[in-house]
Design a protein around this ligand. Structure first.
Ligand code: 2AM
Ligand code: CA
Ligand code: CA
Ligand code: CA
Length: 268
């Protein structure tokens, strides 16, 4: 059974509460109101409502804590040492298309360190939790990153920049990375939800995940899951702080240097 700190219990309860109406919405997508935040950047009333429920539940239980959410939920609490970082629906495009690969992602930071994490896919009912120093779990099962060491055996995950994210040069580079990785591994999956890519990496389903230009709410919970499952997460310069530029490489300790070398020189 996973270790659930009091804060982690609050986070799990909030995720489950916010998931209930989301499951209903998923069954009647034609009723959603969808708007554009930018080109290829959609948001629905379900994203906004989910964030509101999470905000209410989390701030009710931990009134002093700070809060950062993708859909604008921001609050600097009187308690400067704690902050929730949440993505109400990670994988909105999947959600809006009826693809059941999306998740509620909630992380808790304490003095700038990731302390607790919840990633919940309401459709598969897979609940991932991690607490710093106490391991990562999928439902009741303790997680461990994959042990595969040889690149040709590995299954990789990534996110390819869609229209409008990054410059032409950055998109070219991402495609070169995909080409370099696909020719050296068993393949690449592009699921469309960074939180679940990290959760699947923590579970050893994927051997590694990399992506550039992500936001803290996409990756905060997933980073702690992978680390608590024994994996290594850095940005693509090797810094252990992926929030610094939103670039992430998450994998086991053996594959990490090999993948880093490829990703730093994708054209070679
Ligand atoms: P989202 O569904 O919460 O927006 C996949 O590559 C990741 O990028 C997902 O975690 C997704 O999160 C995010 N994403 C997708 N479209 C985006 C956009 N237009 N701007 C910023 N992030 C986006
Ligand atoms: Ca979004
Ligand atoms: Ca996201
Ligand atoms: Ca989102």
């Amino acid at each position: 059974m996973p270790y659930l700190s009091p804060a982690l219990n609050v986070m799990v309860a909030a995720a489950r509460k916010a998931a209930r109406p989301l499951i209903r919405d998923f069954g009647e997508l034609e009723n959603l109101q969808v708007s554009h935040k930018g080109p290829a950047d959609f948001v629905s009333n379900a994203d906004e409502r989910t964030e509101r429920i999470l905000y209410e539940e989390l701030t009710k239980a931990r009134p002093g804590y700070g809060f950062l959410g993708e859909e604008g939920g921001f609050r600097e609490g009187p308690d400067k040492t704690h902050r929730f970082i949440i993505d109400p629906i990670d994988g909105t495009t999947n959600f809006l298309h009826g693809v059941p690969i999306f998740a509620i992602s909630i992380a808790l930071e304490r003095e700038g360190q990731l302390q607790s994490a919840v990633i919940y896919n309401p459709i598969s009912d897979e609940l991932y939790v991690a607490e710093k120093g106490h391991g990562a779990y999928l439902n009741d099962k303790r997680l461990r990153v994959a042990a595969r060491k040889s690149l040709p055996e590995t299954l990789m995950a990534t996110g390819i920049p869609y229209m409008a994210r990054g410059t032409d040069e950055e998109r070219e580079r991402s495609l070169a990375e995909v080409k370099a990785i696909v020719s050296r591994t068993s393949g690449i999956r592009r699921c469309g939800a960074a939180s679940l890519d990290l959760a699947f990496t923590a579970a050893g389903r994927f051997d590694a995940f990399w992506e550039r230009g992500l936001n803290p709410w996409d990756i905060a919970a997933g980073i702690l899951l992978v680390r608590e499952a024994g994996g290594l997460v850095t940005n693509l310069n090797g810094s252990s702080d992926p929030f610094s530029n939103g670039d992430v490489l998450a994998t086991n300790e053996t594959l990490h240097p090999q993948l880093m070398a490829i990703l730093q020189n994708p054209f070679s």
